[in-house]
Write a protein that binds this ligand. Structure first.
Ligand code: JCF
Length: 684
C-alpha cells in the first residue's frame, strides 16, 4: 500500500487529516525545497481524494485545506490593512560608483556607532520585477495578505494571494512562531505570461502589457477565480512583525528558516563580501538574466548581520542596510518617426517602426520590429505615436504598446501597401494569416539580396567577406542575380566596385573557391527553402542519398523524414518544382560545388546492403526498432512507406495496405522468416 491509499478502518476525518498532512509535505518539498517528492499524477490523486471526502463531508473542510485556495467569494472592494512593521522599498544604485557610495555609507555609519567593520558581508539576490506583498501567519495559519500600498497601509488581497500555489496556507514543521509576517514578491513567470497572452490574442481578449503589470493587476482582481487563472508565482525575501520567535543573527539564517517554514525562497541568493563581491554577483546574474524564467530588474544587496541592520535603521521609505543595483532598463518610451516595410528573404513584409533614438536594454535603439501586418494592426502603431519599446537580451527591439493618450491629432492608421516597396510587385495576405508577402520571389531585389545573404552566411556556405553591404553593391551593380552568379565573378568586376581593393577581391574569390567544397546539409540549408532550417536540412541530407533523390522525392517520401510534416514537405516540393530553382542548382553544381558522398554504412556484409526496405505489420521475433537497426547495420535504408524506390517489403502479422501497394508496384516481398534468415551470418 502506498502512503496515499486509505488505511483500513480509517475514519473520513482521519483520512482527510492524513491526506492534508501528506499534501503539505509534498508542497513543502516542491515549493520550498524545489525537489518534487512524488510524480504530479500521484499528487493529483491525493488531492482529488481529499476533495471527494470534503464533498461528502462538508463539515470536515478547513480554511487551510489545500482544496480551499479559491474558496472566497468575489469581494466588493479591498479592505485596508495597516502594516505593524512598515513595508519598505529599496533605494537604487544605477552604477558602480553609487554602489561603492552605499557601501561607504554603511561602513561610516557603523564606525560612527563604535562598530569596527572590515569588509562588509552582504546577502545578494536577484530583484524580481513583480508586486510586493506581506503575509501574516498566526499560529502557523495564513491570516491575511496585503499589498505594500504606501508602506504603512496596504490593501487586503488575501483572497487572491491564497490562490498562488506556492503560498503555504499552513506553515511547515512544528516549531513555527505564533506570529510571523513574511514579505515577498509576486511575479508572473515569462512562459506563463506568453501563454496567457497567446490565449488572449486567440480569443480576442485584452493582452497583458508585461509580466510586472500582470502580477500587480492579478492581485487587484475582485474575483479570486480570475486570479487563480493567472499563472502567478512568488519568492519570499524577508520578514515583518514576528512574535515568539528568537530571530537568527543573520539575514542568511532568516532565509534558511523561512525555507524551513515552507516558504519559497530564491535558490539564487548568495553571501558576498564587499563591493567586489557585489559586483561579481551582479555580473554573474546579469549574464543569466535572459535565461531566467522570470523578469528581474537588478539585484539586491542586504547587510547580512541583523544587529548591524538594526543599527543602520531606515530613512522614510527605504532601509539603510539594503540597496537595489539596477540593470539597464529593458523598456523605455520614445516616439515613432515613421513606419516602413522591409521585405525579407521569403517576401514577408515586416513593418518596422523608425524611432527617435532611445537608450534601452544597454544600447541605443532607433528601429523596432512590429513583426507583421497583423501585429501592426493589433497594436495600432502610427507615425507620431509615443510607444513603449522593449529590448531584452540580444532579441531585436520591439514595440510593446502605444500610449494612446499621447497620440497626435490626425495620426492615421498604417495600411498594408498593395505593392512591394522594393519591386512594385503585388503584395498578398492570405485570408486569416498575419503575414503579407511580396509574390515576386527572386525577381524582387530585396528577396534576392536576402537569399544571397542567407546563401553566404556562416551556417550555410560560409563565404567569408561576403556580407550585407557587398551583396547590396553586387546586386545593385547588376553583377549578380542568383547564388550561381557568384561563382562567375571576375577580379576585374570586383575591383571595379567602390571601396573594393585588389586584396579583398582576391580574398573573396578565394573564399568562394574554397567553399565549393562543402557538405550536403550546408548546401541544402543554403538554398533557402522556406521552412527548411539547419536541422531540417540535416535531416533531409541524412535521409536522401543524394541531391537527385531529394529532387525527385514525392510527398510520401518526404513525410518519412523525421521532423518533416505536410507543410515542410509542400515547401520542398514547390521549391524543386520551380524551374528557376532547378536551373540555379544545376549551375551551382556545374560551377564545381561538391560534397562528400555519405560513406556507405556496411558493417556487415549482406545482400540487404544498399536496399531500401519497408517494414509492415507486427514482427514476432523482434521490435520494429530492432529490425531497423539490424537493417541499417547491413547498409540498408529503412523507410516508412512503399514507393517505386522501395526494393523490399518485409511483412509481419496483419501487413495491411503497404503489402497491397508493394504487390501493385511489383516490389519484392519477404516474410519475417525469410527476413530473419537473411540476417544470419553467412546468409549471403
Ligand atoms: O525582489 C524584489 N523585488 C525585492 C524587493 C527583494 C527584496 O529583498 C526586497 C524588496 C523590497 C524591500 N527587500 C526589501 C527590504
Amino acid at each position: 500500500m502506498t502512503k496515499g491509499e486509505q488505511e483500513r478502518d480509517e475514519s473520513p476525518a482521519a483520512e482527510a487529516a492524513r491526506l492534508r498532512a501528506l499534501i503539505g509535505e509534498y508542497d513543502y518539498a516542491y515549493y520550498a525545497l524545489d525537489d518534487p517528492g512524488v510524480p504530479d499524477a500521484e499528487y493529483d490523486r491525493l488531492f482529488r481524494r481529499l476533495a471527494a471526502i470534503e464533498t461528502m463531508h462538508p463539515e470536515l473542510v478547513t480554511a487551510t485545506s489545500p482544496t480551499q485556495r479559491v474558496g472566497a467569494e468575489p469581494v466588493g472592494e479591498f479592505r485596508e490593512i495597516s502594516h505593524v512593521q512598515p513595508m519598505l522599498s529599496l533605494d537604487n544604485a544605477f552604477d558602480e560608483d553609487e554602489l561603492a557610495a552605499f557601501d561607504r555609507r554603511v561602513s561610516e555609519r557603523l564606525v560612527a556607532a563604535g562598530i569596527s567593520t572590515d569588509v562588509i558581508e552582504y546577502v545578494a539576490e536577484p530583484k524580481l520585477d513583480g508586486a510586493a506583498v506581506s503575509l501574516r501567519y498566526a499560529q502557523g495559519k495564513l491570516e491575511f495578505a496585503a499589498t505594500r500600498g504606501d508602506g504603512t497601509t496596504g490593501e487586503d488581497v488575501t483572497h487572491n494571494v491564497r490562490t498562488i500555489a506556492a503560498v503555504p496556507l499552513e506553515l511547515h514543521g512544528r516549531d513555527v512562531p505564533p506570529v510571523l509576517e513574511v514579505r515577498g514578491e509576486v511575479y508572473m513567470p515569462r512562459d506563463g505570461f506568453d501563454e496567457f497572452n497567446r490565449l488572449a490574442v486567440e480569443r480576442g481578449e485584452k493582452t497583458l502589457v508585461n509580466p510586472r503589470n500582470a502580477a500587480a493587476g492579478s492581485l487587484r482582481q475582485l474575483d479570486p477565480e480570475m486570479t487563480a487563472r493567472r499563472p502567478l508565482a512568488i519568492f519570499f525575501y524577508g520578514i515583518g512583525e514576528t512574535q515568539g520567535w528568537e530571530l537568527p543573527q543573520s539575514h542568511a539564517e532568516v532565509l534558511e528558516a523561512l525555507r524551513g517554514f515552507g516558504f519559497r525562497v530564491s535558490p539564487d541568493w548568495q553571501l558576498v563580501s564587499g563591493v567586489a563581491g557585489c559586483l561579481a554577483y551582479y555580473a554573474q546574474v546579469g549574464q543569466r538574466r535572459d535565461r531566467l524564467p522570470y523578469d528581474i530588474d537588478g539585484v539586491v544587496y542586504k547587510v547580512n548581520r541583523r544587529d548591524w541592520q538594526t543599527e543602520l535603521g531606515a530613512v522614510s521609505r527605504a532601509p539603510r542596510w539594503a540597496i537595489a543595483h539596477k540593470f539597464p532598463a529593458q523598456e523605455e518610451m520614445t516616439t515613432v518617426k515613421a513606419i516602413e516595410f522591409q521585405v525579407g528573404r521569403t517576401g514577408a513584409l515586416t513593418p518596422v517602426a523608425r524611432l527617435s533614438s532611445v537608450f534601452v536594454g544597454g544600447v541605443t535603439v532607433s528601429n523596432a520590429t512590429l513583426h507583421n501586418i497583423g501585429e501592426l494592426h493589433r497594436k495600432d502603431v502610427r507615425a507620431g505615436d509615443t510607444v513603449i519599446v522593449r529590448r531584452a537580451g540580444d532579441v531585436i527591439p520591439e514595440v510593446v504598446k502605444v500610449i494612446e493618450e499621447r497620440r497626435p491629432a490626425g495620426a492615421s492608421i498604417v495600411e498594408l501597401p498593395d505593392r512591394c516597396p522594393v519591386c512594385d510587385s503585388e503584395v498578398v495576405r492570405p485570408e486569416g494569416e498575419a503575414v503579407a508577402r511580396c509574390v515576386a520571389g527572386l525577381i524582387c531585389a530585396a528577396q534576392r539580396k536576402q537569399a544571397l545573404r542567407h546563401f553566404a552566411s556562416r551556417h550555410a556556405m560560409d563565404i567569408e567577406g561576403l556580407g550585407e553591404k557587398l551583396i547590396e553593391q553586387l546586386v545593385d551593380a547588376g553583377l549578380i542575380e542568383t547564388p550561381a552568379d557568384l561563382y562567375a565573378l571576375t577580379l576585374d568586376e570586383l575591383t571595379g566596385l567602390e571601396r573594393m581593393g585588389e586584396k579583398s577581391a582576391e580574398n573573396l574569390l578565394d573564399a568562394l573557391q574554397r567553399r565549393k567544397s562543402t557538405t550536403f546539409d550546408r548546401f541544402l540549408f543554403a538554398l533557402g527553402i522556406r521552412e527548411v532550417g539547419e536541422a531540417t536540412a540535416a535531416s533531409l541530407a541524412t535521409c536522401f542519398a543524394d541531391l537527385d533523390a531529394l529532387r525527385d522525392a514525392d510527398e510520401e517520401q518526404l513525410l518519412e523524414v523525421p521532423d518533416v510534416g505536410p507543410v515542410v514537405a509542400e515547401r520542398v516540393l514547390a521549391f524543386f518544382k520551380e524551374p528557376h530553382n532547378r536551373t540555379v542548382i544545376d549551375k551551382l553544381l556545374e560551377s564545381g560545388i561538391h560534397w562528400p558522398e555519405p560513406a556507405p554504412i556496411r558493417a556487415v556484409e549482406s545482400p540487404l546492403s544498399g536496399k531500401t526496405v519497408v517494414l509492415t505489420g507486427a514482427l514476432a521475433t523482434m521490435s520494429r526498432d530492432e529490425a531497423k537497426a539490424e537493417l541499417e547495420a547491413r547498409g540498408a535504408r529503412v523507410t516508412g512507406s512503399v514507393s517505386k524506390k522501395t526494393d523490399i517489403v518485409v511483412t509481419g502479422e496483419s501487413p495491411g495496405s503497404k503489402l497491397a501497394r508493394a504487390q501493385d508496384l511489383g516490389i519484392a516481398v519477404m516474410t519475417e522468416d525469410e527476413f530473419v534468415r537473411q540476417l544470419e551470418p553467412g546468409s549471403a
